[in-house]
Design a binder for this molecule. Structure first.
Ligand code: FAD
Length: 502
């Protein structure tokens, strides 16, 4: 088997992976590995923007308060403090590294999104913030002599020896295995797990691999019951589903049902800009009552096609003109607040294994994520991971043996099983949960686990991550943020600050 060696291995080329690599380049050789094309990441898909307290009348303290309130008493206040204070400097760094943030009259244009008390969302080309940021970072990474980037290569597992992470095992598109040793450490920046759900806004590559690999390596995961369902995916059957950014509601669009009722008034005082879990459940209740739900953007002040060019084009593709038609919407799995538990430097509980971005749980999101805080989290904590990693001394590398099964390449079977997992999670661990339904889902996942050969690595990663999520959801006997239990509908003070760690 081919074996190569480098100083740092970074798994993932979204905002977290690229920022880590660029922040590490002065400290040694970095290899960035991604499963598919660079454009295939959630970072590339991000629309609305990235939050930072840089506007007049705003402050890191206000940003902190909004983040803590949205996280419903479950955020780690120290992590939040770090993130909101590093935010303005991080925006400056991104701009220096080439991100062309939108400006008005020489100042950054700042949008407003749900649960933010002021306008603090920076964006690029209106609704193409993620693509704008990742394209600039990628360009810079490609120019670096210290950074090697490889695509279409799947990291199958972590190499653990004497309790330390020594590297990774990969498969290329043809199923050829390679061992990659990391002299200083490995960073998981593999994103979330939206593809575990039938309806999701997440890219096809986002199958929860990082959580499963970390779990197999013995790392602690936490808060895995908290999934954010975005209320407004375009209700057209496709995978992934297209997101109608919250910024559209921020600019004045409202949710209506097929009785032309602006129903959010019934559910929350903040109406259409209520927290995402509240809006998603409101839509769920409307649809359970047999109604259809739409976004009415016909009255927004801004010129829709200028402000939201990508959303405009996608709607037109499906015969919907947002300037005069109602846009059909549905909630879809969007983001996971939990993840691999890390400290403020991204260190996991396994030495020399680091995590940042959506796969990590730094504690900044608590039970619910404030809109536009996740690009920020990835960019901030990537810099801290790099700082810490650079300070480590190199470890001795030997030839390692590794017994992972060969990769199974039968795409048709794989897709069938993936669809089954996604259906189970949507039906049993979705927007509204009960113990009996969660347990029924768990049973079905276990049956599939026995049926599917181990070489279907993505399927097994999905199954491992899904079971951790369900066990966590069974444990939390209350409702909070992104976790809603029909059998325990109240938020209970005694559960504040309690975390389930697997
Ligand atoms: C449609 C959409 C819109 C969003 N809008 C916003 C927004 O406006 N603001 C905001 O803050 N957040 C937004 N989010 C959330 C945000 O985009 C993500 O949380 C964030 O981009 C995650 O970044 P990441 O670097 O951690 O992971 P990702 O960007 O998802 O990247 C994951 C990387 O890991 C690689 N990978 C995964 N598994 C493996 C493996 N086994 N082997 C090799 N490589 C692997 C993938 O190939 C990919 O390169 C949005 C999300 C979506 C889906």
């Amino acid at each position: 088997m081919t074996q190569i060696e480098t100083d740092f291995v970074v798994v993932g080329s979204g905002i977290a992976g690229l920022m880590t690599a660029l922040s590490l380049q002065e400290s040694g050789d970095v290899l960035v590995i991604s499963k598919a094309r660079y454009e295939e990441s959630n970072s590339f898909r991000a629309q609305g923007g990235i939050a930072a307290a840089i506007g007049e009348g705003d402050s890191p303290e206000l940003h902190r308060e909004d983040t803590l309130r949205t996280g419903v008493d479950l955020c780690d206040p120290t992590s939040v403090e770090v993130m909101v204070h590093m935010a303005p400097r991080t925006i400056q760094l991104l701009a220096e590294w080439g991100t062309p943030f939108d400006q008005t009259n020489g100042h950054y244009s700042l949008g407003r999104e749900g649960s933010h008390s002021v306008s603090r969302i920076l964006h690029v080309a209106g609704d193409q913030t993620g693509a704008g940021i990742t394209a600039s970072l990628l360009e810079r990474a490609k120019q670096s002599d210290q950074i090697d980037l490889i695509t279409h290569t799947m990291v199958a597992d972590l190499l653990i020896e004497q309790g330390q992470c020594r590297g990774v095992k990969t498969f290329d598109l043809k199923g050829k295995p390679t061992i990659i040793l990391a002299r200083k450490g490995v960073v998981l920046a593999t994103g979330g797990c939206g593809q575990l759900y039938r309806y999701t806004t997440n890219d096809l590559v986002v199958t929860g691999d990082g959580f499963a690999m970390a779990h197999r390596a013995g790392a602690a995961l936490t808060d895995m019951e908290f999934v954010q369902f975005h209320p407004t995916a375009l209700a057209v059957e496709q995978n992934p589903m297209f997101l109608i950014s919250e910024a559209v509601r921020g600019d004045g669009a409202i949710l209506v049902n097929d009785h032309e009722e602006a129903f959010m008034e019934k559910y929350h005082e903040w109406k259409d800009l209520a927290p995402r879990d509240v809006v998603s459940r409101a839509i769920y209740r409307e649809t359970q009552a047999g109604r259809q739900v739409f976004l009415d953007a016909t009255q927004i002040q801004a010129n829709f096609s200028d402000r939201f060019p990508k959303i405009f084009r996608e709607c037109l593709k499906h015969g919907i003109d947002p300037r005069k038609d109602l846009i059909p919407v549905t909630p879809a799995a969007h983001f996971i607040m939990g993840g691999i538990r890390t400290d403020l430097e991204g260190q996991t509980t396994v030495p020399r294994l680091f995590a940042c971005g959506e796969v990590a749980c730094t504690g900044v999101h608590g039970a619910n994520r404030l809109a536009s805080n996740s690009l920020l989290e990835g960019a901030v904590f990537a810099q801290r991971v790099a700082n810490k990693l650079a300070s480590l001394s190199p470890q001795k590398s030997d030839l390692l043996t590794f017994d992972y099964p060969d990769l199974c390449m039968d795409k048709q079977k794989e897709e069938t099983w993936k669809a089954q997992i996604r259906e189970i999670m949507w039906n049993h661990a979705g927007i509204v949960r009960t113990l009996s339904s969660l347990l029924a889902g768990l049973k079905q996942l276990k049956q599939l686990e026995e049926e599917i050969p181990l070489g279907f690595i993505e399927c097994h990663n999905m199954l491992t991550t899904a079971q951790i999520m369900i066990k966590s959801a069974c444990w939390r006997q209350e409702s909070r943020g992104g976790h809603y239990r029909f059998d325990y509908p109240e938020t209970v003070t005694e559960w504040s600050r309690k975390h389930y760690v697997i």
